[in-house]
Design a protein around this ligand. Structure first.
Ligand code: PMP
Length: 331
């Protein structure tokens, strides 16, 4: 594929490789394969959703030639929207909780997005970043609220691209898929897309602490327990993207366990990923153990660990959060 010439940056989105994770495979007795979404041009799984949301808006006439894309986002969607927006000639305004990592905010500004920082609040508060982004879209001439949580063009990206890629890459030899949820677009979209191919594929939710989906799928009740420092995941409601997601089983993973996988992947396999990816790998191992030896499980490496230098790679920050500091950061 080295000789391939693609017509432009948008064509670099998707078609990411699946990498075999040796440590996770050994621990679970299964083949654990991970989709390298950090290899997308914006560095995360959200490039796919950004492209689909924008192209769906164009197709519906909701996003016109002088349109302004507005979104409330923890960061990666904003990065994807800013890049796709630039490629297509749109301004992008991103509303972000001020607690998000400095790298993400610096990256968004560097990419030309206009940033609006708001204090973190609960979803029921009208000042919440999602509601603020809707208001700004309404007040801005040509404003297009991309609405990643409840715009199902998000999960359509995964039904149309991620799931068929996984099916083709595994040659249909796949027994289970799992990942954590932010909007739920990835889990629901890949889940629906894979079930279209083979209904017997087990789709599992991997939930961080502090999120309410585990208890919803286990007991039918949205309820959170504990907390997590993982960015981009941890949902407290059934978004439109999650509505009807074919979830067969669910796991709950603590930050310490996710972080153990982040560090194992880094130091033993040379893969530098963020905490949501580590939590996904922990979930894939749990799913592998539940399904039994010899199965093939696929999960997502959502973004790069280099996006979290000031948090996950910062010994002072880790100690302040009560998380273990690895040897190589303590020296
Ligand atoms: N991991 C990271 C780092 C993210 O930014 C996101 C997106 N919010 C996710 C996982 C979850 O993806 P989705 O929105 O498709 O549930």
């Amino acid at each position: 594929m080295a000789s391939r010439i693609v017509p432009g940056a948008l064509s670099l989105i998707g078609n990411t490789p699946l990498v075999r994770l040796a440590g996770a495979s050994a621990e679970s007795g299964c083949e654990i394969l991970a989709k390298c979404e950090f290899m997308n041009p914006g560095g995360s799984v959200k490039d796919r959703a950004a492209r689909f949301i924008i192209e769906d808006g164009e197709a519906r006439g909701a996003l016109g030639p002088d349109g302004v894309i507005v979104e409330g986002t923890a960061g990666n969607t904003g990065i994807g929207l800013a890049l796709v927006g630039n490629a297509k000639g749109y301004r992008t305004i991103i509303v972000i909780p001020e607690t998000q990592s400095q790298e993400k905010k610096d990256t968004l500004r560097a990419l030309g997005a206009e940033l609006v920082e708001v204090p973190p609040t609960s979803y029921s508060n009208p000042a919440h970043y999602v509601h603020t982004s809707r208001r700004i879209a309404e007040e801005t001439p040509g404003g297009f609220w991309s609405n990643q949580f409840d715009n199902t063009a998000n999960r359509m990206a995964h039904i149309r691209t991620t799931a068929p890629e996984i099916w083709a890459q595994t040659g249909g030899r796949i027994d289970g898929f799992t990942c954590a949820c932010g909007t739920g677009g990835t889990l629901a979209g890949v889940g629906l897309g894979l079930k279209e191919q083979d209904e017997r594929i087990t789709i599992a939710l991997t939930d961080p602490h502090g999120a309410a989906l585990y208890s919803y799928y286990a007991q039918g009740e949205l309820a959170a327990e504990g907390s997590s420092v993982a960015e981009g995941i941890g949902q407290s409601r059934i978004t439109a993207n999650l509505d009807g997601a074919p979830i067969d089983t669910q796991f709950r993973v603590a930050d310490e366990e996710g972080l153990r996988w982040v560090r194992q992947l880094l130091m033993e396999e040379g893969l530098c990923v963020g905490l949501s990816s580590g939590i996904n790998v922990a979930g894939a191992v749990a799913l592998g153990k539940a399904l039994g030896p010899g199965k093939t499980i696929v999960t997502i490496l959502c973004d790069s660990g280099m996006r979290y230098l000031s948090t996950l790679s910062n010994p002072v920050w880790l100690a302040a959060k009560g998380l273990p500091v690895p040897d190589w950061l303590a020296r």
